[in-house]
Design a protein around this ligand. Structure first.
Ligand code: PAF
Length: 267
């Protein structure tokens, strides 16, 4: 089992005598194969592997959503042990936000679009907690999934522009055999919705344009928020019942554009 560490100062004390490279996988728990894939990659590339489980209140738009987020620490610990994770950083909100969230880090361009437009404040909460976690853990490499593509771009941009001494490693989205991107939220889909959900990835990969994909999703009973091609990817968010799904795939060759200048310096 990974050794559980509960406060930033406990981790700092533990970290001091450790030598060798540190790989870090930040999570909000309720782990699935997508997270474990990140942990395995971190295990293969580093001497020491740390994962965090912290359900970050500042990145939720609705209190109810935060409260409903599944907390599954015992199962998470078993999965992390199987993936060879050495340490589990599991702080509480008071130790992460001693200031009550008066100090924040925000980005003003990418964070305004797509997810940022539909989830005001989400990316400021996410960037703030990721910066805190990166500063606390002091990792050489930190692993993020491409499933949350806009999050990945923002973390890379923050690391590059705040000169953080950490390599941000992007890992491909892990999918079920039917193409559905793995997500903790999938567990909340009914069996009928689970059958329908892979259509999102299927349509994103089709030759149809963004507007046509949006229409097809509506016809199939989704409530799409956006389907857009940016940053060399085709990205979408859509509700299925009360579950919000997001996904993205490489954009078709004809739509490929170089990453916006704002993302430059991301490495
Ligand atoms: O992707 C997530 O699970 C979260 O946004 C992260 C990176 C752990 C920050 O809370």
């Amino acid at each position: 089992m990974p050794t559980i560490v509960s406060t930033p100062s406990d981790w700092r004390n533990l970290r001091k005598p450790l030598s060798g490279s540190v790989g870090f996988v930040p999570t909000m728990g309720n782990l699935h194969e997508g997270h474990i894939d990140l942990c395995r990659r971190a295990r293969a590339e580093n001497d020491i592997v740390v994962a965090s489980v912290f359900v970050n209140p500042t990145q939720f738009n609705q209190t109810l959503d935060f409260e409903k987020y599944a907390r599954t620490l015992a199962a998470d610990q078993n999965l992390l042990a199987e993936a060879g994770v050495d340490y589990l950083f599991h702080p509480d909100a008071d130790s992460m936000y001693p200031d009550g969230y008066s100090v924040k880090v925000s980005e003003e361009e990418i964070a305004q679009e797509l997810e940022g437009a539909f989830r005001p404040g989400h990316f400021t909460g996410m960037l703030t907690v990721v910066l805190k976690l990166l500063n606390i853990i002091g990792a050489d490499r930190a692993y993020f999934g491409e499933k949350d593509f806009q999050q990945l771009l923002l973390v890379k941009k923050m690391a590059a522009n705040l000169f953080l001494p950490v390599e941000i490693v992007a890992c491909p989205t892990v999918r079920a055999q039917n193409g559905l991107a793995l997500s903790s939220r999938n567990a909340r889909l009914t069996p009928a919705q689970l059958e329908k959900a892979p259509l999102l990835a299927e349509l994103l990969q089709s030759g149809m344009d963004d507007a046509a994909v949006m229409k097809k999703l509506e016809e199939a009973g989704f409530k799409p928020e956006y389907v857009e091609t940016r940053w060399g990817r085709r990205l979408a968010a859509a509700w299925l019942g009360d579950v919000r799904l997001i996904d993205n795939v490489p954009a078709a060759e004809k739509h490929k554009e170089v990453l916006h200048a704002a993302v430059s310096g991301c490495g």
